[in-house]
Structure formats: structure tokens, C-alpha cells
Design a protein around this ligand. Structure first.
Ligand code: PHE
Length: 475
């Protein structure tokens, strides 16, 4: 349940539906499932098995495999922490919007409300701008909640995810039903799912499918390794991986119905073409969807509250899984107690997040997200595959998984871990680098992109430093 909580998050609601429509609609499901079965599930199984075999957090499990691999574990954990810094800021926005839903105060122009009034966005990433106190309090609330959930240990995580996994799924169902009963919804769905098979010939469509699977399954950050380290010794690896992966994909698919039915309604109401209305990411959650909600015939505030509550509850278990990866590493390596490690990380997360609550914050959220998910995660995933398959031994993992699992995996799995996944991840990394060099990223100036790269490199440097710091256990 916790693994599903980590996987299903903001990425399922605003990323999948958009990526799907942009890359061939219904036809995108083909590369999506191919990516799920060729990289997603094999790597997820490997992470679950490694966690279950070593019963340690990722850095120390990696260290047991080879001393040279420890830094990769740290790099994953630090990347998860960096993601948590901006992920929690987005959740803080959701929390503010949950309250704004009561008065629908983003009306009449949700876009200028969001950018000008709410965020006070500056004209460039270099101009810091003012801090919105409301967002600071919301951020403080989010980090305090994370601390309170985590400091006691896995038992309380278990209790929380028993609510934060089913509740938002139910809310999503309500939103879907509401969406589907609005006029124009079917046009929206047609836009989302009408298959355009010609897109399957484009390499970029396949790369998008792999990137989506990677981010969405929370791979390569040691999260699934840590969670699996808490499983009972003979827990079923294959079943757990399949359930996590399919629940994640299923929720994303369902979210598409909730989102596109409402966008169809908005197109119907405004007479604008779907191409202009459909967008992903931050704009979808804070501008397009709120605009559509305000135009609903009744119970507008109610659906606003449900939407933002769903985002918050979907997001919170992803956010604390990111924190778990690093605090468990600190606990295992330095013998730090759980409470202290959690407090330290939550405070650090909050203070770093403060920078992102300023007028320039949204630029930095986008830059960090782009660089960490497109570069750091993909490279860490690649290193993980190589370490698991070649240093530890893919066959050992497969044997272990088969011993404890009901569904047995064949030798084909080794080919995926050893060959197919690494080749795909290398192509992903190269494609991202080429794209960055040739097209840049959005309209960001190159110095801002350089900072994105520096954050990634900084992650590597602190990871190597962590390995070098001597501690009782490491000597
Ligand atoms: N998988 C989460 C989502 O889809 C995001 C996430 C990324 C969670 C990295 C943990 C680590 O929103």
C-alpha cells in the first residue's frame, strides 16, 4: 500500500493525461505498456528484491553489493530529497487552493490570479520577488504533517496510507463521474484517447513513455528498496511489483477521464478548440481545471475542494516516501535516531522550499523538475540496472524472487535487466542531452539551465562525500 502511495501522486493526475494526448492519444497506451513491462516492472522487481534481500536502505544495500556502488544509493536518496523540496511547494499551492475553492476566488481570470496575485511571478528567474506568506504557512503545515507521520516509524506510515491511497481514488472516481455527465465531455475524451498510430513511428513518443513510467513508479531513488526492506522476509516480490505497477497505471488512466471530460466541457462552454485548452503540468491544476470548475452548473466549490483534496492526498504519500529514502540512509549509516534524522530532513526541506515560495519560485520548480527527472533519475536508473545485473547478478535476484513469489519469472527477465533496460535508459539520457543542447529548455536563459545542471552535479558530490565520511558501521 505504501509503495502504491509513493507511485501514485501528482504525476498521475497532471502528467499522464497530458503526455498521453500529446503522444498519440489511445495509441500511446502501446509504448506506455511496453515501457511498463520492459523497464518499469523489471526494475521495480529488482528494487523490491534488493530491499528484501539486504533489509537496508538503498545506500547500504548498494554498499553490500559493492563498496563502489554506495554513492549511487546516496545519489538516488538525495535526488528524492531534492524532488521533495519542490513537490511539497506544489502541495502547499494545492492546500491554499483548497481554501480558495470555497470562494472560487480565482475568478474571473484564473491565469492572472495564479501568476500575478497568488504567486506574484517575477519577469525572470533572477528576480527574486516577494514571498507569499500564505504559501509559507501552507508549506510549514505540509512539512510538519510529514514529520508527524514519519517520526514514529513505519507503523504510522501504514496507518496513513490506509487512508491516503483509497480516499483520493474515491475522490477521483467522483470527479470522473461528474466530468462524464457534463456536456462536451465526450469530445474531451475523444481528444484524449483517439488513437493516432502514426505517432508510434516517432522516437520521442517512446522516450516520453519511458520517462513517464520512470517518474511515476518512483524508481531509482531507493524508495522501493527502503519500503521492501520492511517487508516480511518471504513476501511475494512479483505480485507486489505487478500490483504496484498496475495500480499506478490504472490510476493515471482513470485520471485522464476525470481531466479530459472536464476540459471537453470547458471547450464546449467557451467555444475554444481543445488544442488551446489542453495543457499539462502546473497550468492544468491551477488554471484550466479551476476555470472549468467555476463554470459547472452546481456545487462548484464542492468539486474544487474534492479536486485539491485529491491532489493533496495523492501527493502526501509520495512526498513522505521521498523523505524516507534519505532518513533511512542516515539512520543506517550514522546510527542517527529516526526522530532526529526526520526532523533534520524536514527542517532542511522546509527552509530550502522557502526559496521557492518567492515570486521566482515557479521557474525554479520547473528547472529542478526537468533536470532531476530527465537526467539524474535516468542515469541513476541506468547505474542501478548495471549494478544489479552485472555486479550483484540478475540471476540471483530472479532466483530469490521466484523462491518467494507465486508467479515465477522466466529467464527473459535477465535479458531485460541486463540489456534492454540499460540500452533504453542510455538512449533516454542521450536524447535528453541532445534536446537540451539543441533546443534548450522552454525559454529559460542558459545560466538558469546551468544551475539545473549544478544541482544534479551537487547531488553527485554530496553522495560521494557521504561515502567518505567515516562512521562506526562503515569502518
Ligand atoms: N511517483 C510520484 C508521482 O507520480 C512522484 C515521485 C517521484 C514519488 C519520485 C517519489 C519519488 O507523482
Amino acid at each position: 500500500m505504501a509503495a502504491i502511495g509513493s507511485a501514485v501522486g501528482l504525476g498521475n493526475i497532471w502528467r499522464f493525461p497530458y503526455v498521453c494526448y500529446k503522444n498519440g492519444g489511445g495509441a500511446f497506451l502501446i509504448p506506455y505498456f511496453v515501457a511498463l513491462f520492459t523497464v518499469g516492472i523489471p526494475l521495480l522487481m529488482a528494487e523490491f528484491a534488493i530491499g528484501s534481500i539486504f533489509r537496508k536502505s538503498a545506500p547500504l544495500a548498494m554498499r553490500d553489493i559493492s563498496r563502489k556502488a554506495e554513492w549511487v544509493g546516496w545519489w538516488g536518496a538525495f535526488s528524492a530529497f531534492f524532488i521533495s523540496v519542490y513537490y511539497c511547494v506544489i502541495m502547499a499551492w494545492c492546500l491554499c487552493y483548497l481554501f480558495h475553492s470555497f470562494g472560487l476566488i480565482w475568478q474571473p481570470d484564473a491565469s492572472s490570479f495564479f501568476y500575478d496575485k497568488f504567486l506574484g511571478v517575477t519577469s525572470s528567474p533572477s528576480i527574486f520577488g516577494g514571498i507569499n506568506v500564505q504559501i509559507v504557512f501552507a508549506l510549514l503545515f505540509i512539512w510538519t504533517s510529514i514529520y508527524l507521520i514519519l517520526y514514529k516509524g513505519v507503523k504510522s506510515i501504514g496507518k496513513v496510507v490506509a487512508i491516503t491511497v483509497p480516499l483520493p481514488t474515491l475522490l477521483l472516481l467522483i470527479l470522473t463521474l461528474r466530468g462524464l455527465t457534463l456536456p462536451g465531455s465526450l469530445n474531451g475524451l475523444e481528444f484524449y484517447l483517439a488513437p493516432d498510430f502514426s505517432k508510434l513511428a516517432l522516437p520521442s513518443v517512446w522516450l516520453s513513455a519511458y520517462a513517464q513510467i520512470f517518474f511515476s513508479l518512483s524508481l531509482a531513488q531507493g524508495i522501493m528498496i527502503v519500503y521492501a526492506s520492511y517487508l516480511k522476509k518471504d513476501s511475494d516480490i512479483t505480485n507486489n511489483s505487478l500490483i504496484t505497477a498496475l495500480a499506478d497505471g490504472g490510476t493515471a488512466f482513470l485520471a485522464g477521464f476525470a481531466v479530459f471530460s472536464v476540459l471537453g466541457y470547458l471547450a464546449f462552454q467557451t467555444g475554444l478548440p481543445m488544442e488551446e485548452i489542453a495543457r499539462g503540468g502546473i497550468g492544468l491544476a491551477f488554471i484550466t481545471y479551476p476555470t472549468a470548475i467555476a463554470k459547472m452548473p452546481f456545487a462548484t466549490s464542492f468539486f474544487g475542494v474534492i479536486f485539491f483534496l485529491a491532489l493533496l492526498t495523492f501527493g502526501i504519500d509520495s512526498a513522505f516516501s521521498m523523505v524516507e529514502a534519505i532518513t533511512n540512509g542516515l539512520k543506517d549509516k550514522f546510527g542517527m535516531n529516526r526522530r532526529k534524522a526526520t526532523l533534520l530532513i524536514c527542517m532542511l526541506g522546509f527552509f530550502l522550499g522557502l526559496i521557492l515560495t518567492a515570486g521566482s519560485g515557479i521557474y525554479w520548480v520547473e528547472i529542478m523538475d526537468h533536470f532531476i527527472s530527465n537526467f539524474a533519475l535516468v542515469i541513476i536508473g541506468l547505474l542501478e540496472c548495471l549494478i544489479f545485473a552485472y555486479i550483484f547478478g540478475g540471476e540471483k535476484i530472479r532466483k530469490y524472487a521466484n523462491e518467494v513469489s507465486e508467479i515465477k519469472i522466466g529467464r527473459w527477465w535477465n535479458v531485460f535487466l541486463k540489456l534492454i533496460a540499460p540500452v533504453i535508459l542510455i538512449s533516454l539520457a542521450i536524447a535528453s542531452i541532445v534536446e537540451l543542447l539543441t533546443e534548450g529548455y522552454e525559454n529559460f536563459p542558459s545560466w538558469a539551465l546551468a544551475i539545473g545542471i549544478i544541482v544534479v552535479i551537487f547531488g553527485i558530490i554530496i553522495s560521494i562525500t557521504m561515502v567518505r565520511i567515516k562512521c562506526r558501521q562503515a569502518q
